[in-house]
Design a binder for this molecule. Structure first.
Ligand SMILES: *[C@@H]1O[C@H](CO)[C@@H](O)[C@H](O)[C@H]1NC(C)=O
Ligand SMILES: *[C@@H]1O[C@H](CO)[C@@H](O)[C@H](O)[C@H]1NC(C)=O
Ligand SMILES: *[C@@H]1O[C@H](CO)[C@@H](O)[C@H](O)[C@H]1NC(C)=O
Length: 196
């Protein structure tokens, strides 16, 4: 019954999918978009975001999903792996609670793991998932090395979807606020991407 119902909802929702932009399009529209690429002009888009990394407290948005005995005794936490669904906001408000709705523009969703035995350094693999504003429904994918005790960490943007199809660029992370007690941090991201 539940299965039938969810199919019905899907069937009703389908014709309501967005048209006129590049979000939620079917394969034909995607192919058409690629066919028009020779006429498309590459552009540069800059984004300025704040990510709220909340590990502790009542409403964490980061959870540990794996670690080995080795991680617990390692000075670089080698092997410790976490999943995040962090709020992205346009301002740097130092809050541990969810941000005011007007300030949130998306989520940073993905996995990061301590991948370095020499120096504290994370392997970051995550998506900027935009839920508000002109990029609502679009994503940018980041895959990079994050030695988070350094001031600036440069990570490649390796792709995107929606308005960011075929995007490539750089995300520069800068930790602007930390509370060790509540295990919260606010990380500023300056993102610059080439896309069409
Ligand atoms: C890891 O620690 C647990 C709990 O102390 C222990 O039972 C297990 O044998 C350890 N595993 C290894 C590979 O050392
Ligand atoms: C973002 O897009 C979704 C799907 O198209 C829509 O349901 C939602 O209302 C949009 N959110 C905002 C804040 O525009
Ligand atoms: C850090 O977090 C703790 C625990 O939530 C809180 O009591 C303290 O006021 C916070 N410190 C700052 C500087 O915000």
């Amino acid at each position: 019954m539940a299965e039938k119902l969810s199919f019905l909802i899907l069937a009703i929702a389908m014709p309501m999918m967005a048209h006129g932009n590049s979000i939620g399009e079917g394969p034909e529209a995607v192919q058409e978009w690629f066919k028009n690429l020779p006429n498309a002009k590459e552009k540069v888009t800059k984004l300025h975001l704040y990510m709220h990394d909340v590990i502790g407290g009542k409403n964490p948005t980061v959870i540990t999903v794996a670690q080995s005995n080795y991680s617990l005794n390692s000075p670089t936490m080698f092997g410790l792996t976490r999943m995040m669904d962090n709020a992205l906001t346009v301002g740097p408000d130092h809050e541990t609670e969810p941000q005011p709705e007007s300030n949130v523009i998306g989520r940073a969703q993905g996995i990061y793991g301590a991948a370095s035995m020499e120096e504290i350094g994370l392997l970051m693999t995550f998506n900027f998932v935009f839920t508000h504003g002109e990029y609502n429904g679009s994503t940018l994918s980041v895959l990079g090395h994050n030695p988070f005790l350094h001031r600036y960490r440069e990570m490649p943007v390796v792709g995107g979807s929606g308005v960011f199809r075929l995007a490539r660029g750089i995300a520069t992370a800068n930790t602007v606020w930390v509370n060790i007690t509540s295990q919260c941090a606010v990380i500023e991201y300056n993102v610059i991407v080439l896309h069409y």
